[in-house]
Ligand binder design. Sequence first.
Ligand code: ZN
Ligand code: ZN
Length: 124
Amino acid sequence: MTQPAYGSCFCRAVSVTARRPLGRPVNCHCGECRRLSGAAFSTWLTAPREQVVIGNPEGLTCFHPTANLQRAFCKTCGSHVFTLDARLPKVFGFPAGLFEGEVIDPPAKDYFLEDRAAWHRAPD
Ligand SMILES: [Zn+2]
Ligand SMILES: [Zn+2]
């Protein structure tokens, strides 16, 4: 059987175990994703909720930037662990950087390239 994808927050207090396959990631260059991650863009992937187990969910705190969005962060280290979107009730959204090993496919698309950080070079 295929090994599940395993990821965690920076301090490893909260983990994510997801049965594969996972959704193909996308890079999002919008301002919200930039501020959320602190990086030039965020690489996101989705996984069906029934394929996912969150380890130590009590270790999370949630922020609701809009009525539809719930972003979960580790209480200890502050890492963004997942986002839930009420408009997409069947999936978790994960920052792809949580996951270890070669379980993530290369990103399929770049969204909001027109909003990218002025200092970030567009992909070739
Ligand atoms: Zn943590
Ligand atoms: Zn975005």
